[in-house]
Every structure is written in C-alpha cells, then in structure tokens.
Unconditional design. Structure first.
Length: 743
C-alpha cells in the first residue's frame, strides 16, 4: 500500500482550559474523499489548521504527503489547496484578478499561468464571470471561485472546511460533482461538514464529538455496526398524516427505542416484540392513511447512536457542563421547536407558559442593553487601557512635559576677546537661565556648523576688542545669531539678549557716575550711547513666520499618520476577513508577505510626501534650503520605519478598533514629545529621555535641518543615526512577531 496522504497520531490542541482536539488519530489514503463530521465546536477546523501548519499542536503529530505538519509546513504548502470555512478571497478584486493572484503566489507565470487559469475556469465553469468583482458573486459562485484558486497550482491534497455552508442545494450538488471529478483524477480531499447527505458521498468518514473521534470507517461499514441496530431491534419507516403530532406519543411507548422525524415520515427503532401489526393497531388510524416499511440505518442513525453512548459515558463521569449538554442535544435529535426528546416535562411546561407582559416604551430593553455593553467593555482589555491609561498619560504629558516658558536655549559662543570682561558677559547670559552654553567655537566653521546642525539655537560672537572698548568708554558691538526655525525659541532669545544688553549698559553707567556728567560710552560721532550694543540677527526664518516652524514638522507627523494607519488597518482588515489566513496556507515567504504589503504603502507614503512638500513650498512659501535628494532619501528611511510600526501594531491588534487604539497611542507621544509643538529641552529629564525612542523626534529635526537651515548629512549625523536605529529595531521586532500562524 502506498504512503497515506494524511496521517494523524494522537494529535491534541487546547486553548487554556478548553480542549479543542483530544488525541485524534486517523489516516487518509491518496485519492480518497475523507469526510470529517461533527457539530460546531467539535474541533474540525482546528484539525485542518494543525494539518496546514498554521496552528501548532499541543501534543501528538501529523504528516501530510510525508511531511511533518509542524516542522515542515513550508514544504507542504506548495502541494496542497485550501478552502476556508468562510469566503476568504479578495472581494474587491475581480474573479480573474483573484485567480491570477493565487497563481503568481504559487510561482506560476507566462504560458503556464495562462494554461492553468484556462483549466480551472473550464473545470469550475466560471468563465462568464471573469470580470465580475468577487463581492458581487452569489454564494455558490464564490465557492467555485475559491475552488478555482485552490486548484490553480495542481495540488495533490485539498482541504475544504465546510465548503457548502450557506449555499443553496443546487450549488451544493454542483460543487460535489466537481469534487468527485477531482477525486477521479487522483486528488485527495479532506472535507469537513455537518450535513449527513454529504457524509454519504465520502469514501471514508470520521465523526468528532466533544473534541474526540467517536467513529471512523466507510459509510456502509458504519451502518452495519451492531451498536447502531442492536440484534433485538428493528427499524421501520412510518408514513402517517401530521407526523409531528404523533412524534411525542411514539417516543413515549416503552418498546420504542428512538423516533425521529424526516419530512412526512417517522423513522422508528423498536424492540422486535413490537410487530408492524401492533404498531398500526396502536396508532388507531385508518389503514389507507398509514404506511410502514422496514428501513436501513442512515449515517445520522450511526452518529446519533455513537453520540448518545459517548454523552451517557461522559455524564456518568460527573463532568457534565451546560455547553457540552447543549452540543450533545443538538445532534441527538430535537423536535421542530428545539426541545429535547428526553425532557417531555419541559415540553409540556413550555406549552403552558403565560404570555409576556407588554412593556414596550421608548426605554424598553435598556437594562438588557446596559448589561450587555458592560460585558463588552469588561472583555476588551485594549478598550479599558485606552479609556483609563491613555488619559493618565495625556495628563502627565500636558502637566509636566509641556512647558511654554523657554529656558536653557542651546547656545554656541565664539569668544575672540578671551579676557575677564568677556567671560563675565558669558556668565551674564547663562545667569538669565534663558541661555545654556553647549559649545565653544574657536573658528567660523565650527560656529556655523553648530547652528546649521541644530545643536545650538543661538550663536554669540564676542569681538576681539570687546574688553578694550569697555575700558576706553567706547561702544562695543555684540553679535547674537538666532535660529528662527522655531519662532517661540527665537522670540524668547531675541528679547532676552536685547534686555541683557540694556541691563549691562545700565550697570556700567552707574559705575561711571551720572553726576559727573559723563556718558558711559560714546559712539564714533561722540554721542552718548549704551556701552554694549547687542545686535541680534534671525537666521533661516527672518520674519519669524510660524508656518516655517510648524509646516516642516507637520510633514513628518502627517507622513507617519498616513503610513502607520494604512499598514496596521490593511493587515488587521485581512485578518478579520480571513484572507490573511488563506495567505498563510500558501508558500509565500514571511519576508515576501511582509515586504509585499509594505512596499505599495511605501510608494503611497512617498507620493504623500511629495504632495505635502509641494503644498509647503507653493502655498505656505517655505522653500527647501538644503539638498532635496538627501531629504527624499531620509524621508524614505522614516517611511520604512513608520510602516514597520504599522506592521508591529497589526501583530498586536486583532480587530480594526484595536488597531486604531494602538495607532493613537503611538501617535500621541509622537505629536507631543517629538518637538513638533513644544521644545524638548524644556521637558523633565525622564520624559526628555523617552523622546529619544520616537522616530518622529529625529525626522522632525531632519526636516527642519534640511528645509530651513540647509543642513547636510554631516550636520544631521546624530539624527540620522537615531532614526536608523529606530528603523532597524522596529523592523526586527515586527518581523519576529509576524508569524505565518494564527495562534
């Protein structure tokens, strides 16, 4: 015998305390149609996901085409096809685009892709709907499209998870005709279903109940099991007018083992002592209206018998739970009103219940809605985090980090005098607390580089004759260059420098004595003037236009906002729709899947950047003083980092609402702590340290440096290094968290 296509060996899977699959073992031979049956929640989909390698098993093992499903799943995927329980192709793509997409995923191209496309179109009969959007197809045609995409690469095994759920009987029959044709061509099919008529069409069936495999074999063999029709019992098919009215009375007969309604007939399992004549006699119906014929057991009889035995054994163990009781009764055979045949007293009670009182009003149902909403809130940890922790973070940031009083402005000093008077002048600047000397320059290049790179916002030039002019009573000029890219900082620096010059001149005037009719200093024309003439000059933004400060930073914030939300929402949306799970089953690589999603949004982000730069230049009148190629290159680096953040969010969020909440949490500090609005130098040290972890911090410095100050790569090196480190860390963490698995 050839190697089986699928083999499970005591495979189990649990989710916390919930046992989804419990030590299931079976084998599927090549070319077979294996039906895996069971009620909802019995573990059918979980078994398929473990076989596909997108969900790890808790214990046990399984092989598909000779490969281990857990350790060699990537070797399995090129040779299998998969139809998920829900339609999981791309609704906004046409039929043709979906088929060609999955063909390319499996490496098909050119004439090979054309021939395979033609083959699956002919097989599924979907040729006249090629240009129709998948969203506009009916249920049956959606399943045909899903089957075409699963067959495009000629798989050896196809997994179909409830392929006929939700489609009409004609479409079900057509789909099964296709499956029979595939089986005749040697393709192995594993089909999950809870329809008994579909089970009859399978070559082999296995029945799951409460996570365990109850019975396994060929349909005809299972029907002949002794436990299905015991030797002391007979089966009859009773045709009677209004059969539903007689069902409960038939079940009450002591020699009736089972009575089940099938359309206008009742299937009976009775003791041999209950002869047909006795049955007709007890019913007291006119002979012409009754028909009683011997019948063979169906697969439903098999599964009902096995389920009842398993349920009885389980209950006797003392482990009964409400959910399991409900699952059992859903199979055992409830009547038309969902009532259990074993609870006749409950049936009679239900028929006697009084009508509900009429309480309709504009506030009717408010209590039920309130309770439901509180349950929703309690079970959404991200919403609770968003509701309580985020406002706390906002309060801390606004209360401590945002300080509109500008102090300790980074300052570079070029002291060409070097004597005591010039040192006192520098100390006077620092004692105002408005200026903080961060660098001392000894040449013009160092001085200019400090301002251009943004390391210093103010530059003070003390002339060589500063001390000598003060001693001789001559006016001396002090040049203060101010970076105008931040209008708040520039205004504060300018007013503080001018006020300091006036105060120093007044102090010198007092020492000389106004009573002696002496001026503390005179200009070249001999007129009395202030001793220290502070001459300020605004660089990069002479008019202190606030748009020059905000618009470049706004470019960075909007670029991060667009790319972050686009990526995170796109990936999470695919997870919600099931298309991401469908991709996990294909042989597409993890990096290929990730970068295939990121690159299109990178192009969108780049186009968004160009649009914002055009608006900045021609509407707000902010020219780019530096290198445009350098700006675009570093913008691409930031875009990549933002896309990585979006991907990271998509690995954390399960729904689009959660993705929005996580994205908001990322954007909030990016706006408030990056220096976009408030100077970082005024923030408390812990919050200032946090700002270094934000990619927007470095990119806003780069934008203002290139656009306003004309800074080059050398001046921007610290920001470029910081942004690069953030980008690498974000991408590495995102790739490590992004797995081709759903659990």
């Amino acid at each position: 015998m050839s190697e089986p296509a699928i083999e499970l060996r005591s495979i189990s899977r649990h989710f916390g305390a919930i046992q989804a699959v419990d030590r299931v073992s079976f084998t599927v031979q090549r070319g077979a149609i294996f039906g895996l049956l069971g009620p909802n929640g019995s573990g059918k989909s979980t078994i398929i996901r473990m076989l596909l390698g997108i969900m790890p098993a808790t214990s046990g093992s399984a092989t598909v085409l000779g490969f281990d499903s857990q350790t060699e799943s990537e070797a399995i995927k090129p040779r299998i096809g998969y139809m998920s329980q829900q339609f999981s192709l791309y609704s906004d793509l046409s039929v043709r685009e979906n088929i060609e997409f999955y063909g390319r995923i499996y490496g098909l191209s050119g004439s090979h892709l054309d021939s395979r496309r033609a083959a699956v179109i002919e097989l599924t009969g979907i040729g006249d709907r090629m240009e129709q959007l998948a969203a506009n197809l009916s249920g049956g045609w959606k399943q045909r499209l899903a089957l075409a995409c699963a067959l495009i690469h000629e798989p050896e095994v196809i997994f179909l998870d409830e392929p006929t759920a939700g489609i009409d009987p004609v479409a079900r029959r057509d789909l099964w005709d296709l499956l029979f044709k595939l089986s005749s061509q040697g393709v192995t099919l594993l089909v999950t279903t809870h329809y008994m008529d579909e089970a009859e069409r399978c070559t082999d069936v296995g029945y799951l109940f409460m996570s365990r495999l109850l019975v396994l074999g060929k349909p005809e063999e299972l029907k002949r099991l002794p436990s299905v029709t015991p030797t002391d019992c007979l089966r009859f098919d009773l045709k009677i007018p209004h059969p539903a009215e007689h069902l409960q009375s038939l079940r009450a007969w002591p020699d009736v083992r089972d009575a089940t309604l099938f359309g206008e007939r009742v299937h009976l399992l009775v003791d041999k002592s209950l002869t047909p004549d006795l049955i007709l006699q007890r019913l007291s119906q006119p002979a012409g209206e009754l028909s009683l014929q011997p019948s063979d057991p169906s697969l439903e009889d098999v599964f009902v018998t096995m389920t009842r035995a398993a349920d009885k054994a389980y209950r006797s163990g003392g482990n009964e739970t409400h959910s399991q009781e409900t699952s059992a009764e859903s199979i055992v055979g409830n009547d038309l009103f969902g009532r259990s045949p074993h609870r006749e007293s409950a049936v009679h009670e239900s028929t006697k219940r009084e009508p509900l009182p009429d309480k309709s009003s504009s506030f009717s149902g408010i209590r039920a809605i309130l309770i439901k909403e509180f349950f929703h809130i309690r079970r959404q940890p991200t919403t609770l985090f968003f509701m309580f922790l985020v406002p706390t973070i906002q309060t801390i940031i606004f209360g401590y980090a945002i300080n509109t009083q500008i102090e300790h402005i980074p300052t570079v000093v070029w002291n060409m005098d070097g004597r005591r008077s010039s040192q006192v002048l520098i100390e006077s600047f620092e004692s105002t607390r408005r200026f903080a000397v961060v660098n001392v320059a000894f040449d013009q290049d160092t001085f200019d580089s400090s301002l251009q790179s943004g390391r210093a916002r103010v530059g003070i030039i003390i002339p060589p004759n500063f001390s000598e002019s003060l001693i001789n009573g001559e006016q001396t000029s002090l040049q203060v260059l101010i970076d105008g890219s931040d209008s708040q900082v520039a205004t504060t620096a300018q007013s503080s420098a001018l006020l300091l010059g006036q105060n120093l001149s007044i102090e010198l005037a007092k020492t000389k004595g106004e009573a002696l009719q002496l001026a503390p200093a005179r200009n070249s024309a001999g007129q009395a003037v202030l001793s220290v003439d502070v001459r300020t000059r605004i660089l990069y933004n002479p008019d202190l236009d606030s748009s020059h400060f905000f618009v470049p930073g706004l470019v960075g914030i909007i670029l991060q906002l667009v790319t972050l939300f686009l990526t995170s929402f796109a990936v999470v949306r695919e997870r919600e729709l099931g298309t991401l799970e469908q991709l996990f089953v294909t042989p597409v690589g993890r990096s290929g899947l990730m970068f295939g999603k990121l690159i299109p949004y990178a192009c969108v982000g780049f186009a968004e950047l160009v649009i914002m730069l055009v608006v900045m230049i021609y509407i707000f009148g902010v020219p780019i003083a530096g290198s445009i190629p350098l700006l675009l290159l570093l913008s691409f680096l930031f875009t990549t980092c933002s896309l990585g953040l979006g991907l990271l969010i998509s690995t954390l969020a399960k729904t689009q609402l959660e993705a929005f909440q996580f994205a908001f949490i990322v954007m909030l500090p990016s706006i408030l702590l990056s220096g976009f609005v408030f100077p970082r130098s005024e923030m408390p040290l812990p919050i200032y340290a946090v700002s270094f972890a934000l990619p927007a911090t470095y990119f806003i410095d780069i934008l203002r440096g290139v656009i306003l100050r004309g800074a080059g790569l050398a001046e921007l090196t610290p920001s470029v290094i910081g942004l690069s480190v953030c980008c690498v860390v974000v991408l590495v963490v995102s790739i490590r968290r992004f797995r081709k698995r759903i659990a």
